[in-house]
Design a protein. Structure first.
Length: 93
């Protein structure tokens, strides 16, 4: 039993060390899309940047991509229609 416990403890220590090391690896992006180091080697390093570890865009305090922000932002016509529901659009002749 002692041997099993010590093996489990050693495995947990090794896994936690591996996770800590993996969390520190840099990530890269090309034209706003994530790219791996292997893809950089194959495609070339033109227009490749290191990604920020913290999200730069947020919506409502949560990280969001530009596409998510565009989808989640209310449209001007819908907001105006909700503010003035009695107004009707003129019909086309």
């Amino acid at each position: 039993m002692k041997k099993l416990f010590s093996m489990a403890a050693a495995a947990a220590i090794m896994l936690s060390t591996a996770i800590a090391v993996a969390a520190e690896l840099p990530t890269f992006e090309a034209q706003g899309l994530p790219i791996t180091q292997h893809q950089i080697v194959v495609l070339g390093a033109a227009n490749v940047q290191e990604r920020s570890p913290l999200p730069t865009l947020t919506l409502g305090g949560m990280p969001a991509s530009p596409v998510q922000i565009a989808v989640l932002t209310p449209r001007v016509k819908e907001v105006a229609a909700a503010a003035n529901p009695t107004r009707t659009e003129p019909s086309a002749p």
